[in-house]
Design a protein around this ligand. Structure first.
Ligand SMILES: *Cc1c(COP(=O)(O)O)cnc(C)c1O
Length: 461
C-alpha cells in the first residue's frame, strides 16, 4: 500500500458519523434504517476496494457520498417485478407474464382481494360452499362439458388427470406427441410424476389407430392425446383423430384424455388464423377429460382448465393431490370475469386483450407505427416494413400474423446498445434485433404504450 492510499483510506468516514448527517437522517426517515445502514457500509466498502485497486476519487466528498447512498437505497426499494412494454410482437410471451388481463378481470381481483369474499361460502344457505362454484357453470356453458374444474396451471391439470386415471397403470401416447413445453414440462416426465407408466406407440411422423389398439392390455388405463404446441411435423405424416381415439377408448373401457394446450374457446379462423381445436369441439367429440391453459389464447389468469364427463371430473375432484394444485381467490376472480366476457359474442374480440391483439389488422399497426416514426429525432434512421407477429406461448406454431414493424438504427449506438437503453427506460421496453436493426412491433403494445415509446426514444436520442 502506498502512503497516499493509506491516507485516503484513513480519510474515509466512520459509519456512525455518516448516520448522523442531516441528509442521511432524512433518508432514514423515509426508508428502513437497517437498509440505510447496510447501504452506507456497502458504499464505504466499495470505496475501500477502489482505493486499494488504485481507482476512485482522490478526495472524499460528503455530498457525493450521500447521493451514492441515496441511489443505492432507491434501487433497493424499487419493486423487482414491474410493468414492461412488450414490443416483441409475441402476444402470449411467457417471459413477460403471458396474457394481459381484461379490465373486468382486474376489477374483479380488486373487489375480492382487498377484503373478504365468498370464496368457499354459500350466501344462500350460509353454509360452506365450493370454491369451484364461481367458474364451473361458466366453463360448462362455454365448453358444453358436463363438469369442470380449475387447477393452478395446465401442467397441474395434466398431472392430476394422469394421477387420477392412470396411477399404477399404463397411459398410451403417440411418439409424435411426446412434447416438451418450455424445458420443465415434458410429457414422459409428467407421466412418471403422475405415477403412471408411459406406453409409446407409433413413430415420430406416423401413428395409426392400430398402434393404440395393439398397445392396450389389461393394465392400460388411459389414452393421452397432446397438442404439439410448439412444433409441427410436416411431410409424410399421419396422426389419429380424436374421434377414432374416443371410439377405441369406449370400446376398451379406457379413459381418453386430451391436453389441448392453448385453451381456445373461439374459432380463430375468424381472424385469419388457422383453426385451433376449441374446448367445445374436443368435448363434443366425446373426449373424457380435456385440459388447457387459462393464460394462453384464453386470455385469462394462470390456470389449468379441466372440462369433461361428470364421472371423470368427479374422480379428479376426489384426488387428494387436488389440494396441492388448487387456485387462489385472485385467480378465481380473474377467471370468472374473463369467462363472463366470452358469454357475450358482442364483446369479442375487443374485451379480451389477447384476442384484440390477435385480431388487430396490420393496417392499424402500420398507422400507429407511422405516428411513432414521425416523432423520431434525427438521431434515428427508420423504416416501416412488413413482418409477422406471433401468438406465442406454444400456440399456433409457425403461424405468423401479418404486421408492420418499425425498424430503427441509431446514429451512434449499436443495435445492442440501443435495445439495452430501451430496457433501461422508466417503463422498460422489450424489443428484438433483426438484420442489424432494432425492431418494434406495436401489436403487443397498448395504445398508451406508443407515447411511452416515443418518450423513451427521445430521451435516448
Ligand atoms: C402450454 C402447454 C402446457 C403447459 O401449460 P401451463 O399452463 O404453462 O402449465 C401443457 N401442454 C401443452 C400442450 C401446452 O401447450
Amino acid at each position: 500500500m502506498t502512503p497516499e492510499q493509506q491516507s485516503r483510506l484513513q480519510a474515509l468516514p466512520q459509519v456512525q458519523a455518516m448516520l448522523e448527517l442531516p441528509e442521511i437522517r432524512r433518508i432514514a426517515d423515509s426508508f428502513p434504517r437497517e437498509m440505510v445502514l447496510r447501504e452506507i457500509r456497502s458504499e464505504l466498502d466499495s470505496r475501500r476496494h477502489a482505493i486499494l485497486s488504485g481507482d476512485g476519487a482522490p478526495t472524499f466528498d460528503t455530498r457525493e457520498f450521500v447521493a451514492a447512498v441515496e441511489n443505492r437505497v432507491h434501487a433497493q426499494s424499487a419493486p423487482s417485478m414491474r410493468g414492461v412494454i412488450n414490443a416483441t410482437g409475441i402476444i402470449v410471451h411467457t417471459n413477460l407474464g403471458r396474457a394481459p388481463l381484461a379490465a373486468e378481470a382486474l376489477d374483479a381481483i380488486r373487489a375480492t382481494a382487498l377484503g373478504y369474499a365468498n370464496v368457499e361460502y354459500d350466501l344462500d344457505s350460509g353454509a360452506r360452499g365450493s370454491r369451484m362454484a364461481h367458474v364451473e357453470n361458466l366453463l360448462t356453458e362455454l365448453t358444453g362439458a358436463e363438469a369442470a374444474l380449475v387447477v393452478n396451471n395446465n401442467a397441474a391439470a395434466v398431472l392430476l388427470a394422469l394421477n387420477t386415471f392412470a396411477q399404477d397403470g399404463g397411459v398410451v401416447v403417440s411418439r409424435g406427441e411426446l412434447v416438451e413445453i418450455g424445458g420443465s414440462f415434458r410429457i414422459p416426465e409428467v407421466v412418471k410424476r403422475g405415477m403412471a407408466r408411459l406406453v409409446e406407440v407409433g413413430t415420430t411422423n406416423k401413428t395409426r389407430i392400430r398402434d393404440y389398439a395393439d398397445a392396450i392390455d389389461s393394465n392400460t388405463r388411459a389414452l393421452l392425446k397432446v397438442h404439439p404446441s410448439n412444433y409441427r411435423i410436416l411431410g409424410f405424416t399421419e396422426s389419429v383423430s380424436r374421434e377414432e381415439l374416443v371410439a377405441l377408448g369406449s370400446e376398451s373401457g379406457v379413459t381418453v384424455i386430451e391436453d389441448l394446450g392453448s385453451g381456445a374457446l373461439i374459432d380463430f379462423s375468424e381472424y385469419g388464423l388457422p383453426r385451433e381445436t376449441t374446448l367445445r369441439e374436443a368435448i363434443a367429440a366425446g373426449v373424457d377429460v380435456v385440459t388447457a391453459s387459462g393464460d394462453k389464447l384464453l386470455g385469462g389468469p394462470q390456470a389449468g382448465i379441466i372440462a369433461g364427463q361428470k364421472t371423470a371430473v368427479e374422480a379428479m375432484r376426489k384426488n387428494p393431490i387436488l389440494r396441492a394444485l388448487r387456485v387462489d381467490k385472485l385467480c378465481l376472480a380473474a377467471l370468472e370475469a374473463t369467462l363472463r366476457i366470452y358469454r357475450d359474442p358482442k364483446k369479442l374480440p375487443g374485451g379480451i386483450p389477447v384476442l384484440r391483439m390477435i385480431a388487430a389488422p396490420a393496417e392499424s399497426i402500420r398507422a400507429r407505427a407511422l405516428v411513432v416514426q414521425q416523432k423520431l429525432s434525427a438521431a434515428y434512421t427508420s423504416s416501416i416494413e412488413d413482418g409477422f407477429s406471433y401468438a406465442g406461448g406454444g400456440a399456433l406454431p409457425g403461424e405468423g400474423i401479418p404486421t408492420a414493424l418499425l425498424c430503427l438504427r441509431h446514429a451512434t449506438l449499436s443495435p445492442d446498445q440501443l435495445i439495452a437503453r430501451l430496457r433501461a427506460a422508466a417503463t422498460p421496453i422489450v424489443a428484438r434485433i433483426h438484420d442489424g436493426r432494432v425492431v418494434l412491433d406495436l401489436r403487443t403494445v397498448s395504445e398508451d404504450g406508443d407515447a411511452l415509446i416515443v418518450k423513451a426514444l427521445a430521451e435516448i436520442a
